[in-house]
Write a protein that binds this ligand. Structure first.
Ligand SMILES: [Zn+2]
Length: 229
């Protein structure tokens, strides 16, 4: 059904979705599938400009994220508004993710792989872990967060989780025809970086490496988990 949400992207910061999954998002929306973005933090620490304030930066980053999402055909962008570098694996954050999963009822959730070894942004690690926990068992079980049930959020079974930034890829998604859109979406995040020649080459290299052994030329790679309930 066209109106059902096929993919929910749960991103730690504005711009993470574009690095992780934007080419796939553009392909799916092009096929008529519905995609929603959940942006966990407001990204208000991502600047080395000493004159920038967190309030101003959060507003800029929201605008940049909306522009990128519009370009990719994303239906809705939900900003949870947690402070950058401020996520915790706790009741409050988990419940916020369970609420949006039960509300939008996606077939697939895409998020950051929490199990990357060594250095990995704390918000990425926590988002991935809490998103996975929210999918299973919390979103599924009616007795988890009974207050959500009272608010009308019925349990929901997400069918697949795709983790980006993974060291253990087992699924490669074709982005050959949408790679330029991914670059254009990345370029919306002007407060964070310019898509320089070097950056373009680096991202092109990753996309080609990700597609090795496949019939297509460019890919985004994920660790994909198919849920068995
Ligand atoms: Zn990030």
């Amino acid at each position: 059904m066209a109106d059902e949400v096929y993919l929910m992207v749960i991103a730690p910061h504005p711009d993470d979705s574009e690095f992780g999954v934007a080419g796939t998002v553009a392909r799916l929306t092009g096929e008529g599938k519905k995609v929603v973005y959940i942006i966990c933090t407001n990204g208000d620490k991502g600047s080395n400009d000493r004159k920038m304030t967190p309030e101003k930066l959060a507003k800029i980053r929201e605008k940049e994220q909306r522009a990128a999402a519009d370009l990719l055909g994303v239906s809705e962008v939900v900003f949870l508004g947690y402070p950058d570098q401020g996520l915790e694996d706790n009741h409050d954050f988990r419940k916020a993710l369970v609420r949006v999963i039960r509300q939008y009822r996606p077939y697939i959730v895409a998020t950051a792989d929490p199990y990357r070894k060594y250095m990995w942004h704390r918000d990425h690690r926590i988002t991935g872990q809490v998103a996975a926990d929210a999918v299973y068992p919390y979103a599924r079980d009616h007795m988890a967060y009974p207050e959500l049930l009272k608010e009308g959020y019925e349990p929901h079974k997400v069918r697949e989780i795709w983790f980006w930034g993974t060291e253990d890829p087992n699924f490669r998604s074709d982005i050959t025809d949408t790679f330029d859109k991914k670059l254009a979406a990345l370029a919306c995040h002007k407060s964070q970086f310019d898509v320089s020649k070097e950056m373009k080459e680096r991202i092109t290299g990753f996309a080609k490496t990700n597609a090795q052994g496949e019939k297509f030329k460019m890919a985004e790679a994920f660790h994909r988990v198919e849920m068995r309930y």
